[in-house]
Design a protein around this ligand. Structure first.
Ligand SMILES: C[S@@+](CC[C@H](N)C(=O)[O-])C[C@H]1O[C@@H](n2cnc3c(N)ncnc32)[C@H](O)[C@@H]1O
Ligand code: SF4
Length: 416
């Protein structure tokens, strides 16, 4: 049995695979959920990068306008299922390249605001070339308070490997100084082939020097359907690099806000995934609720058609057993590098130790977690194993699922 499967069987205490079926609920159960996050996907890019697995297609202005109309239609279909205005923690725009639709962001935010009151800010993912005064001002006017810039690297070797243009650091620095945001995050990728710690250290320093107050340092994933050059880094080297990144950032006084992210200032936070429950709108967007995990179609045309028929554009639905839902919860909570037993009990009405006493005991004995002031924290070793497991999860589950969904708008089923 493969490692990812064995772990799933053990944690869920069931041989049943995660079964995603080609079925959709037209009504979603989010009305009673206490903390819901919102995500909007914009699937358009000017140029397509070979390493990137996300759902995107070449930008066409007419198609983009039809997409926005459908997107607002989906927001309304779901939003009106809740009486009154529901509180939502955050709203994130990801892609793709959301700034290509900058003229529509205000309209989309307004549509969301008809049904949800966002309490912790609005975030938008940007390409380095989007970081100019005009775009930043238009985002600010739409209510955006956080931005995340997909730099990946400032080093020419890594950029060449990823097929990305060099970011104009002076222009970015100047625009950020003129138009400040509560959170300015920079995405960096680590463990690209032949990358050294010195390369990464320079990337981290440059990110903070040009005005970021938060950095997301993602491990490079070589998706089977991506067009990557140059292979991957060995596991031992990755581990050493991961440890050194942590030591370097913590030595500089940056606070680890999740397994991959570091904040230079308190209050700087950018994460669409660390939510107990979330609703996703747009192509390929996912929703995680107490009873199900669902994924919208990856096809822009089919998305527009479905919403045009006033049907939700759901492609696949996974219905959770209670135990599976708990494992999902723990997986995403552990991403923040801490697990608060009170949050678990609040969500499931049962003590964490009662459900996962053996797993917690073994994880502590193996030095993966430690308990301080009633909260479990991932140790340095725990962070590495989280990373290791997440890599398995990404390659065993996400790679397979996205590989199918890129080709088939509405598959019958996928068992993982
Ligand atoms: C939707 S993407 C890009 C956002 C924006 N369109 C850009 O190009 O800058 C969000 C982030 O995912 C990360 N990412 C994309 N592909 C990745 C891969 N194969 N491995 C690791 N991280 C990846 C990158 O850091 C990227 O900035
Ligand atoms: S990395 Fe960004 S610009 Fe490149 S294809 Fe992915 S979403 Fe588009």
């Amino acid at each position: 049995m493969k490692k990812a499967t064995a772990l799933r069987v053990w944690l869920t205490r069931s041989f049943k695979p995660f079964l995603f079926r080609g079925e959709a609920d037209e009504r979603l159960n989010f009305q009673e959920v206490k903390r819901v996050g919102l995500y909007v996907h914009i699937p358009f890019c000017e140029t397509i990068c070979g390493f990137c697995p996300y759902c995107k297609s070449p930008y066409e202005s007419k198609k983009a306008a039809r997409y926005v109309k459908a997107l607002i239609g989906e927001i309304r279909m779901i939003g009106k299922q809740c009486a009154g205005v529901k509180e939502a923690t955050s709203l994130y725009f990801g892609g793709g390249s959301p700034a290509l639709l900058r003229e529509y962001i205000g309209e989309i935010v307004e549509a969301v605001g008809g049904y949800f009151r966002v309490t912790q800010g609005i975030g938008v993912e940007l390409r380095p070339s989007d970081v100019n005064v005009e775009t930043l001002l238009s985002l600010k006017r739409a209510g955006v308070s956080k931005i995340s810039i997909g730099v990946q690297s400032f080093q020419s070797a890594a950029l060449a490997q990823l097929g990305r243009p060099a970011p104009d650091t002076a222009a970015i620095k100047s625009a950020l100084a003129q138009v400040p945001f509560e959170t300015v995050s920079v995405d960096l990728i680590f463990a690209t082939p032949r990358q050294t710690f010195e390369d990464l250290r320079r990337d981290i320093d440059t990110a903070f020097a040009i005005g970021a107050n938060h950095a997301a340092i993602y491990p490079f994933v070589n998706f089977s359907f991506a067009q990557n050059r140059g292979g991957t880094m060995g596991e031992r080297e990755k581990r050493a690099l991961l440890y050194r990144i942590g030591e370097y950032c913590e030595g500089k006084g940056y606070v680890r806000t999740s397994v991959w992210t570091f904040a230079k200032e308190s209050g700087a936070l950018y994460s669409s995934m660390t939510r107990d429950n979330f609703l996703g709108f747009g192509c390929s967007a996912t929703s995680l609720l107490m009873d199900q995990f669902k994924i919208n179609t990856f096809s822009v045309d089919e998305y527009i058609n479905r919403v045009g028929e006033t049907r939700l554009p759901t492609s696949l639905t996974l219905r959770f057993t209670r135990r599976q839902r708990m494992v999902y919860y723990l997986f995403w909570t552990a991403y923040t590098a801490r697990i608060d037993p009170r949050g678990f009990e609040d969500t499931f009405g049962v003590a964490l130790e009662k459900e996962f006493g053996l797993e917690l005991f073994l994880a502590r004995a193996a030095g993966l977690i430690e308990k301080k002031n009633g909260i479990y924290r991932l140790t340095r070793r725990g962070i590495y194993y989280y990373y290791y497991f997440e890599q398995f999860y990404t390659l065993a589950y996400i790679d397979k699922m996205w590989g199918v969904m890129r080709k088939t708008a509405f598959p019958d089923r996928i068992a993982l």
